[in-house]
Design a protein around this ligand. Structure first.
Ligand SMILES: Cc1ncc(COP(=O)(O)O)c(C=O)c1O
Length: 434
């Protein structure tokens, strides 16, 4: 990774943009990847926030404002998981101590760190897509499936392919962390390192699949390739179906926009008064850039972030087209905020449960920390209604994927502390996967 300074440029009016430095954190910041120790947060919201949390007339069933999917598709994904009772829901954890500290009414964490025996939410999409394709006869056992990944999607595809009797090839950026490569290879997949970034890997996968007749199982879409990413995003919506509790604001990680689209679509159809907020790393904030420009817009410059799952320059066009109508606000946070979130989850105060999360996994909480603690975000905080009545849902989308980073950020030793949940995605499992 490079060591260039992160420069945030914003063309917004002061009313809907905020960028600030938080120097009190800088001294303690972990800087292993020579990521600049700044603590900026930038926000963009396309429309008035004054109606956040208030009931509005419901748009027509097929309107983009109701999200990407139709009722029959939600039924399909419901039936799929209902028929697989071994696919158990992930826990919803309450963090009352942190809620009090942040001045909100309730903080719930959807803890994806042990999803279906892997340590990220991604198998929701990969297993749903691969098994659906098999059931349709579009994928036979023995076939080769391919994808590009920064780690989690590749691992999920590798696992789902193995379970379906298929081969998997996963293309990764040249500088992908070795722990992530090992985790994918450990699922029996062939890992191909591409000379370039994740986005270069996406293009290489597409070209190689055409040459060899492989099936691309991509979580991002492109022109003429939408069916499988759509299935994957539909699979992600099951996460929200599992959450019985009501929330007013939901913070979600933004990578290519697939998870965001799944969550925001589900909310738009089932709980439209809920405000969905996207959170990305500053150097890879392509959803924010695209929302601001009103069309898919790639970001340039060094991708200086340890939030590896969110480290892409380009949005999924299918996802972006949908989230434009369903997402309330877009945040871009520096890694310092994600480090804060990792620490807060690992070492909770006031009896809250401990959660061992990776940097991408902690990113949504990083967004909530930034909005509630950084004074440049006051207007957004008030617009979202983040006050003592607010019920907030935060997704923790992965467990520890880079143990060295987690150790350095928390000052603890991975494996030295007991696995807080004893589950497959906790500390013990991650140690075993290395
Ligand atoms: C842990 C984690 N969270 C969130 C995301 C974002 O998902 P998407 O790229 O679909 O926006 C990813 C993507 O790989 C991820 O690995």
């Amino acid at each position: 990774m490079g060591c260039a300074q992160l420069i945030i440029t914003t063309n917004d009016t002061p009313a809907n943009a905020g960028t600030t430095a938080r120097s009190n954190l800088i001294a303690g910041n972990y800087n292993r990847f020579t990521i600049p120790a700044k603590a900026t947060v930038t926000a963009y919201w396309p429309s008035s926030l004054t109606n956040a949390g208030q009931a509005r007339p419901r748009p027509a069933a097929n309107s983009p404002e109701r999200g990407l999917f139709l009722d029959a598709e939600y039924q399909q994904v419901h039936d799929f998981f209902a028929a697989r009772p071994h696919r158990q829901p992930t826990p919803l954890r309450d963090l009352p101590g942190l809620a009090k500290t942040l001045g909100i009414g309730r903080l719930m964490v959807k803890d994806e760190t042990g999803r279906f025996g892997l340590n990220a939410f991604k198998l929701l999409g990969a297993s749903f897509a691969i098994e659906t394709l098999q059931a349709e006869g579009a994928l036979s056992s023995g076939a080769t499936v391919v994808c590009a990944s920064e780690g989690n999607h590749g691992r999920a595809v590798a696992r789902a392919a193995r379970e379906a009797g298929c081969q998997a090839r996963v293309y990764m950026a040249a500088d992908a962390a070795q722990a992530r490569v090992d985790a994918i290879a450990g699922e029996g997949a062939i890992v191909v390192r591409v000379d370039g970034s994740y986005d270069d890997a996406v293009r290489k996968v597409s070209a190689d699949a055409t040459t060899h007749g492989w099936t691309v199982v991509s979580d991002t879409s492109w022109n003429g390739y939408e069916r499988i990413p759509r299935l994957i995003m539909l699979g992600y919506t099951h996460m929200m179906e599992e959450v019985a509790e009501v929330s007013d604001v939901v913070f979600v990680q933004g990578g290519v926009g697939g998870l965001l689209c799944g969550v925001a679509s589900w909310c738009a159809r089932h709980a439209p008064e809920r405000a969905v907020v996207s959170v990305e790393p500053t150097s890879a904030a392509c959803l924010l850039a695209s929302a601001r420009a009103g069309r898919p817009t790639a970001v340039t410059g060094p991708l200086t972030t340890a939030m590896a799952g969110l480290r892409n320059r380009e949005v999924s066009p299918l996802a972006f087209e949908s989230v434009r109508s369903t997402v309330k606000a877009y945040l871009a946070v520096d890694d310092v905020w994600a480090h804060d979130a990792i620490r807060v989850l690992a070492q909770p105060a006031n009896g809250d449960p401990a959660i061992a999360a990776g940097a991408s996994g902690a990113a949504a909480l990083a967004g909530l920390l930034a909005v509630t603690r950084d004074s440049s975000m006051d207007e957004l905080r008030d617009g979202l209604g983040l006050n003592s009545d607010a019920r907030v849902l935060v997704l923790v989308s992965e467990g520890v994927t880079d143990p060295d980073l987690w150790n350095d950020v928390t000052g603890e030793t991975l494996g030295g502390a007991p696995d807080p949940h004893g589950g497959p995605g906790g500390i013990g499992a991650e140690r075993g996967s290395r």
